[in-house]
Design a protein around this ligand. Structure first.
Ligand SMILES: *Cc1c(COP(=O)(O)O)cnc(C)c1O
Length: 441
């Protein structure tokens, strides 16, 4: 047994891998990754894989990114961690000020991962209404096929059966509004007209139930885990109007779409104006540290903050996580934001996206619903293979590419550092992979 196989064996014994039926690893081997560089991951034999999914959507500027790495190293020499109750430190203050300036939501609360940000936003909204003398506003709504994380509270507003159904008895259920996913439009109906129709359905529901509704939580522009479902920005504007009219909070879950992923720094901006014009709360995580360290943040308005500001302890937001505002993670986030400031990241991404768009249009493959929003490109492959995702994933790895299809949906969500040769590799390897996968179905 070589060293590699030994590691795989030990991993299967000792590590319970996420989002995985472990028994399937009897036939699909794990892939041991030894190092990363730019858009590439390298296994212990030195074979490279282009990371077309940014390692579960977290990596923005590539692996082994010098500026982020240096920032973490410098912070390591100062302070690795201190609890944030009763204490503060420069990285968390600077990060909060920067995020506040970028979103116009002036109060930042921190967690360690996306699901904890969802929990924080839901609890804050509920608690706001309670402090505000409207304790009957206790329910949440979300979109059909929404994904907001997998802790019990977050599952309550998530609508993906495979993650949720088993735990139904443990979950506080919420109502789902029709998804503006433009694939669901009627023949001949524009994405915009369909979005408006969904907004009307939202309004009808909210008009009837607003007395018990605390918040509407939504993934702006792209429902990621639903299979990169994209919709018209007008929906967000209408949703904001509905929420304002009926005094319901709007929680923007930009955990996946924040930090330039959809073409603007935050997806909400595409509905016109600042984040605060759309959202009462924004949840951020994933790309916030460039994919280096776990960190999440919930930003909210002064109005929400003031409802908690009181002599009475219990009116305060007493939520906490041990690693809240970790200085190393905050320094990685500051370095990530500095990369957006020091070069025209969004402009460069626009060019990359245009190249991907042109190339995917020219593919001679049975594809449907080719769509793109900034640095997310997706399409369905017309394949009768019930194991399409699994087979496509395995074929892609053979061709030096990390793809992780969702059902028949193949998507690219690459780091922002792709060079011309890497774009070529992505396009060529994806095409070969799909042809091969179609042939084996
Ligand atoms: C990934 C994701 C989450 C959950 O984040 P975790 O860090 O995996 O807990 C929540 N919402 C959206 C939209 C996501 O994509």
């Amino acid at each position: 047994m070589n060293g590699n196989q030994d590691l795989l064996q030990r991993s299967l014994q000792a590590v319970w891998h996420p989002c995985t039926q472990m028994k399937h690893h009897e036939r699909t081997p794990l892939l041991p990754i030894a190092r990363g560089e730019g858009a590439w991951l390298f296994d212990s034999d030195g074979k490279g894989y282009l990371d077309a999914v940014s390692s579960w959507w977290v990596n923005l500027f590539g692996h082994n990114q010098p500026a982020i790495k240096d920032a973490i190293k410098a912070q390591l020499d100062q302070l690795e961690h201190v609890m944030l109750a009763g204490f503060t430190h420069a990285p968390v203050v600077e990060l909060s000020e920067k995020l506040s300036a970028l979103t116009d939501l002036g109060h930042a609360f921190y967690g360690s991962d996306g699901a904890s940000a969802t929990e924080i936003a839901l609890k804050m909204s509920f608690h706001y209404w309670r402090n505000h003398g409207q304790p009957h506003k206790t329910r949440f709504i979300s979109l059909q096929n929404s994904y907001h994380g997998e802790t019990l509270g977050a599952l309550g507003v998530t609508d993906v059966a495979i993650f949720k159904d088993t735990y139904a008895p443990l979950i506080c259920q919420s109502a789902q509004m029709p998804s503006p996913d433009s694939r669901l439009a009627e023949a001949g109906e524009s994405a915009e007209a369909y979005a408006l129709r969904c907004a009307e359905a939202l309004e009808a529901y909210v008009a009837e139930h607003h007395a018990e509704l605390a918040a509407f939580i939504i993934e702006p522009l792209v429902q990621g885990a639903a299979g990169m479902a994209m919709y018209h920005p007008l929906y967000l504007r209408r949703a904001r109007e509905v929420c304002s009219r009926y005094a319901v909070h709007l929680i923007a879950d930009e955990i996946a779409v924040g930090f330039g992923r959809t073409g603007t720094l935050f997806a909400c901006e595409q509905a016109g104006g600042k984040v605060s014009d759309i959202a009462d709360f924004i949840c951020l995580s994933k790309g916030i540290t460039g994919g280096y360290l776990p960190l999440s943040a919930v930003l909210t308005s002064d109005q929400v903050y003031q409802a908690f500001y009181h002599e009475q302890t219990g009116k305060g937001f007493l939520h906490s996580h041990s690693y809240t505002g970790n200085p190393l993670a905050c320094s990685a986030a500051l370095a990530t934001l500095a990369l957006f400031e020091s070069s025209d990241v969004l402009g460069r991404n626009q060019q990359t996206a245009q190249q991907l768009w042109a190339a995917v249009q020219a593919y001679d493959l049975p594809l449907q619903h080719i769509r793109q929003r900034g640095m997310i490109t997706a399409f369905e492959v017309d394949s009768g293979n019930p194991h399409f995702a699994r087979d496509c994933y395995a074929a892609a790895l053979r061709h030096g590419l990390l793809l992780r299809p969702i059902g028949n949906t193949v998507y690219w969500m690459p780091p922002y550092c792709l060079e011309a040769a890497e774009i070529d590799h992505l396009l060529q390897a994806t095409k070969t992979t799909i042809l091969e996968t179609l042939a084996c179905s």
